[in-house]
Design a protein around this ligand. Structure first.
Ligand SMILES: Cc1cc2nc3c(=O)[nH]c(=O)nc-3n(C[C@H](O)[C@H](O)[C@H](O)COP(=O)(O)OP(=O)(O)OC[C@H]3O[C@@H](n4cnc5c(N)ncnc54)[C@H](O)[C@@H]3O)c2cc1C
Ligand code: FES
Length: 303
């Protein structure tokens, strides 16, 4: 049972039951949360905050992208899927939570990916590390396979808004690949790169992107999520080929709804000045051309 404050399908701080929490790759899990209200409201590219431990340790929530919405037999949204990699204390605590445990969560948060590109055409998603997670729901949405948000109950009523979706997915090693079958089942072509050559192309996912664009492919939109250095490279490549590119930033966050300013990113304003913007409210999705990449990489190296 969940207790929640619901305003226009916007769900605030509440407690939800874990339906399952299963290992899907090395150090990587998919947790399913019983939350029909959030499942009805959340959009691809939005995220939720999860307080992963029991009680108040760790105190702060951790941000996770919507992986997908689970539906019942009548296609009504009933639960939220999150795919996460264990990198520290919070994600390790989350991996220990079991079916029937309760978690404190809040969301949906952030701006999401917005409407599909117009005119319609092929899209390419570029993911590094655990950066594939926001793209499954996005692919289903843009390929017309599922609807999200207030129309979530009317899955399959959307018309297809992009004709082809490709995921360029790079990880350090093959055993970290998570959810490839989910993407293929959603109709996404997946091309893999590994740093150590244990699966797919031996090298970076940005090499795959460059190769495709140099070969003449012209997607109408490229969307990227992953480490800052990968995002900066994708931004540089797409600028060179003059292709619309959005990035989903994964800055550290404390509150998730705009009050603590722990998540700010340098964003170029109209007129050229650089100002700090809260990734949890104004993002996490930004037009790649508006991100001040030199400053992002400088602060990342310094931090
Ligand atoms: C909008 C958004 C969506 C996200 N979606 C997902 C997702 O779907 N799946 C997933 O696995 N992760 C996702 N993340 C990253 C996730 O929030 C962090 O991995 C998590 O907070 C780490 O918590 P921890 O307590 O385990 O690690 P900590 O103990 O806090 O940190 C351990 C190590 O991880 C690094 N780290 C912590 N947070 C981040 C971060 N945001 N980016 C890069 N390195 C970090 C720290 O610098 C440190 O080296 C997302 C982040 C954001 C902002
Ligand atoms: S996480 Fe607190 S303002 Fe963004």
């Amino acid at each position: 049972m969940t207790s929640a404050i619901v305003t226009n399908d916007c769900v605030l701080h509440h407690s939800v039951a874990v339906i399952e929490n299963v290992s899907i790759a090395r150090d990587t899990y998919r947790v399913r949360l019983n939350d029909p209200a959030m499942a009805r409201g959340i959009l691809p590219g939005q995220f939720l905050m999860i307080r992963p431990g029991e009680g108040s340790d760790p105190l702060l929530g951790r941000p996770f992208a919507l992986y997908d919405v689970a539906r019942d037999r009548s296609r009504t949204p009933v639960a939220i899927d999150v795919v996460y990699q264990v990198v520290g204390r919070g994600t390790a605590a989350l991996s220990r939570r079991r079916t029937g445990d309760f978690l404190n969560i809040w969301g949906p948060l952030g701006n999401g990916f917005g409407p599909p590109p117009d005119p319609a055409g092929p899209v390419v998603f570029v993911a590094g590390g655990i950066g594939q997670t926001p793209f499954l729901a996005l692919a289903r949405d843009w390929l017309g396979r599922s609807s999200y948000g207030s129309n979530g109950a009317n899955a399959n009523e959307r018309s297809r808004s992009c004709d082809r979706a490709t995921l360029l997915y790079g990880v350090r090693s093959a055993n970290l690949l998570a959810g490839v079958g989910d993407f293929e089942a959603a109709g996404v072509e997946v091309e893999i790169a590994t740093d150590d050559g244990t699966a797919g192309y031996h090298g970076f996912t940005t090499d795959l992107l460059e190769r495709r664009l140099a070969g003449g492919e012209r997607p109408v939109r490229i969307v990227a999520c992953g480490p800052p250095a990968m995002l900066a490279k994708v931004a540089q490549i797409t600028l060179h080929y003059n292709i619309s590119c959005h990035v989903s930033l994964e800055n550290h966050m404390a509150c998730g709804f705009g009050v603590c300013f722990s998540c700010v990113a340098p964003i170029v304003q109209t007129g050229g000045a650089i100002d700090l913007r809260r990734v949890c409210v104004e993002g996490p999705v930004f037009d790649a051309r508006t991100v001040a990449w030199d400053e992002v990489l400088g602060s990342h190296i310094a931090g």
